[in-house]
Write a protein that binds this ligand. Sequence first.
Ligand code: 3HC
Length: 310
Amino acid sequence: MNLETHFERTLEKDQRIEPRDWVPDAYRATLVRMIAQHAHSEIIGMQPEGNWITRAPSLRRKAILLAKVQDEAGHGLYLYSAAETLGADRSELTEKLISGRQKYSSIFNYPTLTFADVGVIGWLVDGAAICNQVPLCRSSYGPYARAMIRICKEESFHQRQGYELLMTMMKGTQAQRDMVQDATNRWWWPSLMMFGPPDAESSHTERSMAWKIKRHTNDELRQKFVDMTVPQAEALGVTLPDPDLRWNAERGHYDFGEIDWAEFKRVVSGNGPCNAQRVARRKAAHENGAWVREAAAAHAAKQAERTVAA
Ligand code: 3HC
């Protein structure tokens, strides 16, 4: 059997493609783009919430938030490792991120103005991430699919901690309830944008679904998220900021209003509220960490010398 037939058969049988297998160049390039964008999102995603670690309202909330932000760093590292199995070079990926040549999720370009944002990010942003990422546990590329299993388990914990924080705030003072409503108003639409452009404008979906990298279209997952989230908002006692949001019995889904795609394009092309700040901070952290990378490389070289000498 030739290599291409083996690749096609593996997909047909719904088996996993592994690093040793031959794959078409475009399959490899699509996965490297998607996994790198995902890894960058996890790493940049540490910033908006990291902003509140020193100002968390109690030791318990600080410990939870620290653990969550550390989890995001871990997710980034598994994902960079998955990209390396495809031949990508981690330092090149970082270079592309800090020079603006590779994307990360639009959602992390919005500011976190109050502590309620920490709860709303857990509820909506991690909730959207779970909807998008659970199907990726069945992605055709083995290392990515396996990384997603662990990531999704941790994202579930993140979603619950966010919802629990919001429940607590909703049982508090009127000022706390107002903070939750305000944060919900600001994060709702950007959360819907996380799923990517509408299907008609998504350049990669059709090909990625044929390769079983993606299992659902952007619009299908966005709808699933809306259907799942509306009852959660009702239970919480907040209003979602969309006058067109209503149950459609015929479709068996919630209808929702038009997303501001001009805003999405602005944010993705680098002109969102915090893009410059996020990338500058990542660049500074990378430069400040140069001595650690040099020390680690020197240590590894010394170890190798000792092994050869022995
Ligand atoms: N933000 C930034 N760029 C986006 C985007 C978004 N929300 N949605 C789509 N894009 C980009 C795509 O990367 C693609 O870029 P290109 O033109 O440079 O190739 C372009 O817009 C067209 O979009 P497509 O729909 O054709 O692209 P995909 O088929 O790749 O679908 C996706 C986009 C749904 C985001 C898909 O890549 C995906 O599922 N990725 C894996 C998950 C991921 O990256 N999530 C990011 C959030 S991570 C996170 O939430 C962390 C957690 O801790 C909260």
